[in-house]
Design a protein around this ligand. Structure first.
Ligand SMILES: C[S@@+](CC[C@H](N)C(=O)[O-])C[C@H]1O[C@@H](n2cnc3c(N)ncnc32)[C@H](O)[C@@H]1O
Length: 304
């Protein structure tokens, strides 16, 4: 009986176009170019969605029961059609997965019941949504740029109930100095945004936190990176040049080298300390991004 060990139509096409007769002429970069991408499963050029879902899946499968409970209490997470995976019947996306990890870190350091919280740079409001869904806080003030705040206002109005939404104050960044109600905050939160502001703005916000807050949770990158394979940009491209100017930590490091990241972490602790009276009571690597660090600072004031 004639057997058929020939290439399928699929593999014939690959042989014709990717793994051609010249495939072995030069092995210098073959593991990171289209030849190996057709052999392996992980072509980063077209597989962004596959990687994102694999990342969410791995992280979700590692969440403990308390972390899942926090996620489940956040209703309407599906608004905006996020990229999700499904673990044991519960859909989850990367934003709220990070939120439950962040809240787990924060709640080790502060009792959020009755707290007045201010967040600088809230994005679409995922942290506000997660906190209002999990704790009976007093107020949540968002300080942000005008356009982003239009997004968070509309999103939070849609996902929260009336009582929760009524606890939020929206303040444009230019008016940050004029916040009077409340006059002080038990906690300030900043996630992935001071690192994208000018160094002068970072100083002003840290000073504001020093004047008005009793504790500060920060999660940001420990430095900058130049890696065209993950950004698509060369060093001389404008987006890279602009990114190099922002944040308090502008040294370039290999962000996928844990020892380099750990070394940079001590500068992170110093750079985000709001003032002389503050001590860092907890810090650590912030999953899942290799180069993000988180820290919690306190002073000896108490507004409750
Ligand atoms: C990368 S997003 C992070 C959003 C959110 N913290 C998160 O982790 O999902 C950066 C946020 O910082 C805000 N932002 C940028 N410059 C700002 C400024 N000068 N004052 C206040 N917010 C600012 C942006 O509008 C945006 O909300």
């Amino acid at each position: 009986m004639a057997r058929n060990y020939q290439a399928s139509r699929q593999w014939q096409r690959i042989q014709d176009n990717w793994i051609t007769e010249e495939v072995a002429d030069d092995l210098t970069t073959f593991k990171s170019d289209r030849r190996n991408y057709k052999i392996s499963l992980w072509n980063p050029e077209v597989n962004g969605g596959r990687y994102l879902k694999a990342l969410i899946y791995h992280l979700s499968m590692g969440l403990d029961e308390q972390e899942w409970a926090r996620v489940r209490r956040i209703k309407n997470r599906e608004v905006g059609n996020p990229v999700t995976v499904c673990c044991n019947g519960e859909k989850i996306c990367l934003d709220y997965l990070q939120a439950t990890l962040e809240l787990g870190f924060i709640e080790q350091e502060i009792n959020l019941a009755g707290a007045n919280i201010v967040e600088i740079g809230a994005g679409y409001g995922r942290t506000c949504h997660a906190i209002l869904s999990n704790y009976d806080i007093s107020t949540y003030t968002i300080v942000d740029l005008k356009n982003t705040m239009q997004l968070s206002r509309k999103y939070l109005r849609e996902v929260l109930d009336d009582t929760q939404f009524a606890k939020i104050n929206f303040v444009e960044s230019a008016g940050a100095d004029n916040i009077r109600d409340p006059a002080h905050f038990d906690l300030c939160i900043n996630i992935n945004s001071l690192a994208e502001m000018s160094p002068a703005t970072v100083c002003d916000y840290l000073e504001l936190i020093d004047r008005k807050c009793a504790s500060f949770y920060v999660k940001n990158p420990v430095g900058k990176y130049l890696d065209k394979s993950i950004t698509g940009y060369s060093e001389s491209d404008t987006p890279v040049q602009i990114a190099m100017e922002s944040g308090p930590l502008r040294q370039v490091l290999d962000i996928h080298d844990n020892l380099a990241v750990e070394t940079a972490a001590s500068d992170f602790i110093t750079a985000y300390r709001p003032g002389e009276d503050w001590i860092c009571v907890a810090d650590g690597w912030s999953l899942p991004w290799s180069y993000f660090w988180q820290a919690f600072y306190k002073n000896d004031r108490s507004y409750r």
